[in-house]
Design a protein around this ligand. Structure first.
Ligand code: ADP
Ligand code: MG
Length: 565
């Protein structure tokens, strides 16, 4: 079917378009980043498919992106000779959003303009940013490997519909032509464009070319006859460059490119590993938790390259799940180019890379905690609850991960988690050999629990655990640096050396004196309790409930009930 048809955007698309235009306006030059980034993705896809079918290169093997302007027509064009699209692909990907991305984007909208505009990039609605500056967009494309007669022309004014028709296009790839709005003509200025492209696209491993700016009228005539192109970005993959020569700003721009984040990263690590398994990693820690940090379907933000060829996105084998907030690139020299997801599952080289990546991120966090405590506090606020999943998942590193944790404790006042286990150990009382903790639903329930009375009296610090993940954490972290982690709400309170003789005697005496009362209480409560006993653990409260050493804690029982177990 080659006729021209006019189709309606899916309802979601119109909604997204509207939002993109409104919320990104203050940042409008990002449209160029999005279009150049799509052109670069398309070229990487071609390079990848050509590994198994080099006919796809046709007679045009040099991949590049070109940005041109036509001042008379008022248009700006971004062209690539990448993979291109077939007619149905255009309708599916540009016209309606077949992927669930947009739908999920809409579900996640908060109504807060700033937050929502951050979301946009994460969901891949980048193409629509063209409508920030254009009142009409024409896309002309041809899929590599299809004949010239399979070209497609798509056009829309960003209203409710778009048209598609089939035409002839000799070169493969895609041209995106923006018909600039009346007051966006600044984007016809070659120097302005060069500066934007430099900022956003320097690190793209592909040349971005523009026509040489003619200097005089004579030049202009010559230029129109035989256009001369010049590369306006650096065109080398940033991660392959020497660390010493990369500025903080370049790292930040690259981070924004790989993560779609608008913010700068919090920190990065960049390493080249030589030897039997050679690879380069460039990993970033974001400042803010992404919207889908707790989404089960969340994929990981590390891209895999093999010898500069992009292989796949969001690989979840390059880092453990509890470090899923990390973004970046791994470029391996020794993997086969046709590596598949299945192959990654059981690949020894990947395992080595994953272990090394884990150590690097943990090392980065340790250094940050030591040298930049405020920055680390910011990190912990955003990602602490994810790090707490670590000991359960990563047995080998559990002590290092535990060392990174911060808790609210009875040593301090507020709810903020600021105390490390090492600091706790330093403050331990003479004769104390355990790390005590209490778990509860809320920070207040933990802090004001009657279980803490005796600890307060004796000045023994207790960790106050009220994050949902904390029960999970303590069930997998039974000790730290040789100190057992002990719940204060379990079993007979064994204060070991800390309990004084006098108190023990008092307890025995009380048990004897009130034996009858204890009996009667036990009888009255029947099956609901195992035992009723006298204790010195209470100071102000008359009674408290404890669970057996090997029973599920009361709080865990509540958590499981809440999730329907
Ligand atoms: P994303 O790049 O995150 O997927 P975009 O809105 O930027 O989201 O692009 C949507 C889709 O349109 C892309 O995934 C791709 O399939 C297609 N596309 C956009 N630009 C190009 C291009 N220059 N060449 C080939 N396909 C493209
Ligand atoms: Mg894109």
């Amino acid at each position: 079917d080659t006729h021209k048809e006019t189709l309606e955007f899916k309802a979601e698309v119109s909604q997204v378009l509207d939002l993109v235009i409104r919320s990104l306006y203050s940042n409008k030059e990002i449209f160029l980043r999005e279009l150049v980034s799509n052109a670069s993705d398309a070229s990487e896809k071609l390079r990848f498919e050509a590994l198994t079918d080099d006919g796809l290169f046709e007679d045009d093997p040099n991949l590049r992106i070109r940005v041109t302007v036509d001042p008379e027509a008022g248009t700006l064009t971004v062209s690539d000779n990448g993979i291109g699209m077939a007619r149905q692909e255009v309708v599916d990907t540009i016209g309606s959003i077949a992927s669930s991305g947009t739908r999920r984007f809409l579900e996640n909208l908060s109504g807060d303009r700033a937050k929502d505009s951050q979301l946009i990039g994460q969901f891949g609605v980048g193409f629509y940013s063209a409508f920030i500056v254009a009142d009409k967009v024409t896309l002309i494309t041809r899929r590599a490997g299809l004949g010239a007669e399979h070209g497609v022309r798509w056009e829309s004014d960003g209203g409710g519909n778009f048209s598609v028709e089939t035409l002839t296009k000799t070169g493969r790839g895609t041209d995106v032509i923006l018909h600039l709005k009346e007051d966006e003509k600044e984007f016809l200025d070659g120097w302005r464009l060069r500066s934007i492209i430099g900022k956003f696209s320097d690190h793209i491993a592909l040349p971005v070319e523009m026509r040489k700016e003619p200097l005089g009228d004579e030049d202009k005539e010559k230029a129109d006859e035989a256009p001369e192109w010049e590369q306006v970005n650096r065109g080398t993959a940033l991660w392959m460059r020497n660390k010493a020569e990369i500025s903080a700003e370049e790292y930040a721009d690259f981070y924004k490119h790989v993560s779609h984040d608008f913010d700068e990263p919090l920190a990065h690590v960049h390493n080249r590993v030589e030897g039997t398994n050679e690879y380069t990693t460039l990993l970033f820690i974001p400042k803010r938790a992404p919207w889908d940090l707790w989404d089960r379907e969340q994929r990981h933000g590390v891209k895999l390259y093999v010898r500069r060829v992009f292989i796949m996105d969001e690989v979840d084998k390059l880092l453990p799940h509890y470090l899923r907030f990390v973004k970046g690139v791994v470029d391996a020299d020794d993997l086969p180019l046709n590596v598949s997801r299945e192959l990654l599952q059981h690949n020894r080289k990947i395992d080595t890379i994953r272990q090394a990546n884990t150590k690097r991120i943990l090392g980065l966090l340790e250094t940050m905690a030591k040298d930049e405590p405020e920055k680390y506090a910011e990190f912990w606020r955003e990602f602490g609850r994810v790090i707490k999943e670590g000991p359960a998942e990563d047995f080998a590193n559990r002590e290092r991960v535990a060392g990174l944790m911060r808790f609210s404790t009875t040593h301090g006042e507020g709810e903020e988690q600021t105390e490390s286990l090492d600091a706790y150990i330093e403050r331990m009382k003479e004769g104390q050999d355990k790390i005590y903790y209490i778990t509860a639903d809320t920070p207040a329930a933990a802090r004001y629990s009657p279980h803490l009375e005796v600890f307060r009296k004796k000045g023994i610090e207790v960790l106050l655990l009220s994050d949902r993940v904390d029960e999970w954490l303590v069930s997998h972290l039974s000790e730290y640096k040789g100190k057992h982690l002990q719940s204060v709400a379990k079993g007979k309170l064994d204060l070991g050396e800390l309990a004084d003789k006098e108190e023990q005697e008092k307890t025995e005496q009380a048990a004897a004196e009130h034996g009858q009362l204890l009996e009667r209480l036990k009888k009255a409560l029947g099956d609901r309790v195992n035992e009723v006993r006298a204790s010195t653990r209470l100071v102000d409260s008359p009674a408290c409930l404890v669970v057996g050493d090997y029973d599920m804690s009361a709080n865990l029982a509540r958590v499981l009930k809440a999730v329907g177990q």
